[in-house]
Design a protein around this ligand. Sequence first.
Ligand code: NAD
Ligand code: WQD
Length: 336
Amino acid sequence: MKILVTGGSGYIGSHTCVELLNSGYEVVVMDNLCNSSEESLNRVKQITGKDLAFYKADITDRDAFKKIFSEHKIDAVIHFAGLKAVGESCEKPIEYYFNNVAGTVIMCDEMRKAGVKNIVFSSSATVYGKPKTVPIKEDFPLSTTNPYGATKLMIENILTDIHTADKEWNVILLRYFNPIGAHESGLIGEDPNGIPNNLLPYVSKVAIGQLPFVNVWGNDYETKDGTGVRDYIHVVDLAVGHIRAVEKLKENPGRKVYNLGTGNGYSVLEIIENFSKACGKDVPYKIAPRRPGDIDVCYADASLAKEELGWEAKFGIDKMCEDLWRWQSKNPNGYK
Ligand code: NAD
Ligand code: WQD
């Protein structure tokens, strides 16, 4: 089977390419490199000893899809391409709606023309808004609080409508919790531009000495130690979830949605403590005011993915921190 991976040179995409190639799939990557480097794909080839096809192209470019679909017989698309920074999406809503939503509509139109009607989409736990209870199940009410989250929910709805109108489409929506860590080779990992927004890349930059301390955004939440609790999941576990989803597509499942998380919640302070252990030094932090829009607690009920995909997260927080530290210390400046 040949899989088109949009956004395949990015953080989750590159790890998924490794798992696809190792599972015997052929891989075609399409990425405009707006938030990644082609070097990640060289590393994917190095890890797997296998080749893949790469197109530097934008998902809003119809001709690029026409070229790819004419040169390859694609069986399914894994759609990672998108902009993902919550704060930036509030400043640049037009860019986010255009890139993520319009880009996806253009892609689906070109997929339809080429007769490619199987898709796995990167959604996010952000579509649950502020959940009333945890663990979160797939049938919980959906809402969003920022343009980024809104693009994810809109795309879920668009893909659902496409399936409703044409039952030949198989649509699997994967709602990721908080992906962290890196491939255990230390060759690929997350390489954010500028100062990271997310906790783990920030903590690892403090540990390596590029930032002075971690701001802990609030210690007055309704949680075990007052700091925010999240469901951190190893990026390799997440990548394997995509292989299971592609396997599911072969059964013509229609439209499905799955949480990909571990079901465990860790607080910010627990993460700092675990990371300090992994890197063998104290990571300095300061308590700071809450970050607007943050919620207290978020973790998954991932039992549906276990039941229907035969998937469950294998790696614990120790390995997530160790693998991230290996990537960060071997590549202090990312792919540069
Ligand atoms: P990433 O930025 O590393 O990867 C996204 C890739 O898409 C990048 O390589 C970027 O260059 C590419 N891209 C963006 N716009 C494009 C366009 N118009 N045309 C072609 N390529 C384009 O991000 P990631 O963390 O790997 O996330 C992958 C997907 O998973 C995204 O859709 C993201 O919203 C979603 N997601 C991420 C997280 C997370 O915390 N990392 C959580 C939930 C969902
Ligand atoms: C985790 C915890 C912060 C940074 C975001 C998106 C979500 C999804 C994943 C894509 C929170 C605290 C953080 C820091 C801190 N992305 N924190 N100091 O907010 O759960 O989710 O990324 O879909 O949509 O909203 O992840 O890593 O930013 O924060 O104290 O410097 O760490 O307050 O409790 P979040 P995060």
